[in-house]
Design a protein around this ligand. Structure first.
Ligand code: GDP
Ligand code: GDP
Length: 453
């Protein structure tokens, strides 16, 4: 199986979008990772090997940013062993598409360790000017994570543990890749946010948490629905609703409108959809079924929302069904399992009866006001990238990606590969302060290790 054609990658990448090339020897999981990066249903369905073989370039998006993924496919001819002169084997086309790419992701197989071919590929990449990331694939669970460090020997920086098959770690990898892409044509981030001043809100949560019930309660009657708009994903529909805060776009509501229910999506699809919706929204409402408690998927969603720099409002739904004991238990659970959300609002509601739902819009008003005073994520990353280029942190420490988590006081969350010295943080703080005219306002920096909690 696997990428066997030596003549793989298509020639010049013509689109104006930044490009990310996936390289590596056959069978390490390049296509699986590519599918995962595309993150769309069509790609997921095509998970059987072979089906995506002939696709070399695919449009993708992450953090609201569009880019092209290029599968360089055949680094090696079929049957090539772990040896010999790599140079001779690398096809001119593969090489060109690598050269053209803005960022290269080299995929290796954690379970196989470093092979001669991996070393060959890494050798080629070390000479490259642009950023290169090593994705150590098939790290399907925590137990495999220690296999990762061996790959530091490739000399391409800290490896990223991922499981292309299960999606594990792919978000972190993409965050870093996005931060390394060249500057985006200025307005994209602004556009995502405003769309003529309209705020986008996604309602996410596990199947059955009560998202549709909540949404229908929010729109009250159909007269408040202004219009439907196709979203970016093929069957996504956004609904623009008139509220007392003005029109709000609710993202990907295809499955939520009365009489318009689509089939209950599998938990897995629904997660993918939710992630896409989060990327397209300014604020996320995380609906949790309080009778079930805070599940692993709720945590993952919350982490993703948080990582995307998207403010979150947590709704503990079905509050009506809980007795006093259960109510106390879930409040504790929030602190324990969603502690990284910091001061996010938590509302106890019953979408079914409407109880507590009236507190949502006032809450949103505050979040929106705060959000509109924030500096676009791309701009924050640009400043940090320049600051780090001018004056790198010691010992290879690096901020991979950052977002402004709150406006008052300005609070930036930095995702770093390791601990950053205090003096260095002060330097970054100074640069942010200068770049954004923050004057003497206290600026808070939160540093999170990329590998997460
Ligand atoms: P490519 O030749 O590099 O494009 O590799 P493929 O994407 O075709 O994957 C090669 C094999 O590895 C397939 O059988 C995949 O199902 C498997 N694979 C890919 N990613 C993972 C992963 O994260 N974990 C595990 N356990 N297997 C994976
Ligand atoms: P979705 O899959 O997240 O869109 O969930 P639905 O909105 O379809 O709700 C799933 C089930 O939970 C339905 O039977 C709803 O009537 C029920 N439900 C939703 N919200 C509440 C609530 O606040 N209280 C109670 N008791 N049931 C609710």
């Amino acid at each position: 199986m696997a990428s066997s054609s030596p003549a793989a990658a298509s020639s010049a990448v013509s689109s104006a979008l930044p490009t990310v090339a996936i390289v590596g020897r056959p069978n390490v999981g390049k296509s699986t990772l590519m599918n995962r990066m595309l993150g769309r249903r069509e790609a997921i369905v095509a998970e059987q090997p072979g089906i995506t073989r002939d696709r070399k370039e695919m449009p993708a998006r992450w953090q609201g940013r569009e880019f092209t993924v290029v599968d360089t496919g055949g680094w090696l001819p079929q049957g090539a062993g772990d040896n010999a002169s790599m140079d001779a084997k690398v096809s001119a086309q593969s090489e060109r598409s690598m050269d053209d790419a803005d960022v290269v992701v080299m995929v290796v197989d954690s379970q196989a360790g470093i092979t001669g071919d991996d070393e060959g590929v890494a050798g080629q990449l070390r000479g490259r000017e642009g950023p290169v990331f090593v994705a150590v694939n098939k790290v399907d669970d925590v137990a495999h994570e220690n296999l990762v460090w061996e790959f530091i020997r490739l000399g391409l920086g800290d490896p990223f543990p991922v499981s292309a098959l299960h999606g594990r770690g792919v978000g972190d990898l993409l965050d870093a890749v996005m931060a390394a892409l060249p500057e985006e044509p200025a307005e994209a981030d602004v556009e995502r946010k405003s769309d003529a001043g309209m705020v986008s809100v996604s309602i996410v949560g596990r199947p059955n948490a009560g998202k549709s019930t909540l949404f229908n309660r929010l729109i009250g009657d159909d007269r408040s629905v202004v219009h439907d708009q196709p979203g970016t994903t093929r069957d996504a529909i956004d609904t623009v609703v008139n509220t007392e805060l003005g029109p709000i776009r609710f993202v990907d509501t295809a499955g939520m409108r009365r009489r318009a229910r689509i089939d209950q999506a599998a938990e897995y699809y629904s997660l993918l959809r939710a992630l896409d919706a989060v990327d397209r929204s300014d604020i996320a409402l995380l609906v949790i079924d309080a009778t079930v408690g805070i599940t692993h998927q709720d945590q993952r969603l919350a982490e993703r929302v948080d990582g995307a720099g998207c403010p979150i409002v947590v709704l503990l739904n079905k509050w009506d069904l809980l007795d006093t004991e259960a109510r106390e238990a879930i409040v504790l659970d929030i602190d324990r399992r969603l502690h990284f959300l910091g001061e996010a609002a938590v509302l106890r509601v019953s979408a079914l009866s409407g109880k507590g739902v009236n507190r949502l819009l006032p809450e949103l008003r505050g979040v929106i006001a705060e959000y509109q005073r924030r500096i676009p994520t791309q701009a924050v990353n640009r400043v940090l990238r320049d600051a780090q280029a001018a004056h790198p942190a010691p010992d290879g420490a690096r901020v991979l990606y950052a977002t402004q988590g709150a406006a008052d006081p300005p609070t930036f969350t930095l995702f770093a590969n390791r601990t950053l010295p205090r003096t260095y943080l002060r330097y970054l703080e100074r640069r942010l302060r200068e770049a954004f005219d923050l004057g003497s306002v206290p600026v808070k920096l939160r540093v999170r290790r990329r590998s997460g909690e």
